[in-house]
Design a protein around this ligand. Structure first.
Ligand code: NI
Length: 131
C-alpha cells in the first residue's frame, strides 16, 4: 500500500490509517502503564485520556505508518510476554477507572482485544477498493 494512501483521511473528521496506527502505539503504552500500576498497587485510580488531544500533540498525521507498526509490534510482544508471566490471581486485580469504574486485568485484556478488532476493521474499510 503506498504511503500516500496510508496518510489520506477517509473523511475530514476521520483518522487515516497512519493516524490509527499511531493511536494503537500510544494505546499500548497507556495499557502497559495501567496494568503495571494496578499490579503494583491494586485498586489504584486509572486516569482517562483525551485521544484526540494525544493525536494532535503526538502529530499522528505526520508519523511514518511503517515505523508505527514496528513500534506497536515490539511493544505488544513485550507486553504479551509480561502478561504470560502473571499468576492467575493477578488477573483478578483491578484499578478504578475515572469514567468506567472498577476494571480488572481480565476485563482490560478483553477491552484491548476489542479495541484491536475495531481498529483493524476500520483500517480494512479504509483500504478496501472503492466500487
Ligand atoms: Ni481507539
Amino acid at each position: 500500500v503506498p504511503a500516500s494512501k496510508l496518510r489520506k483521511r477517509p473523511a475530514p473528521d476521520k483518522w487515516s490509517v497512519g493516524e490509527i496506527l499511531a493511536h494503537l502505539v500510544d494505546a499500548e503504552i497507556v495499557i502497559a502503564w495501567r496494568i503495571r500500576s494496578i499490579l503494583g498497587a491494586p485498586g489504584t485510580p486509572i486516569q482517562a485520556y483525551d485521544q484526540d488531544a494525544w493525536a494532535a500533540v503526538g502529530n499522528y498525521a505526520k508519523r511514518d505508518p511503517r515505523k508505527s507498526i514496528e513500534q506497536f509490534r515490539a511493544m505488544r510482544e513485550a507486553n504479551l510476554a509480561f502478561y504470560k508471566s502473571l499468576r492467575p490471581e493477578q488477573w483478578k486485580q483491578s484499578g478504578m477507572h475515572a469514567e468506567r469504574g472498577e476494571e480488572s486485568l481480565e476485563r482490560i485484556a478483553r477491552m484491548i482485544a476489542g479495541h484491536d478488532i475495531n481498529h483493524i476493521l476500520q483500517i480494512e474499510q479504509i483500504l478496501k477498493p472503492k466500487k
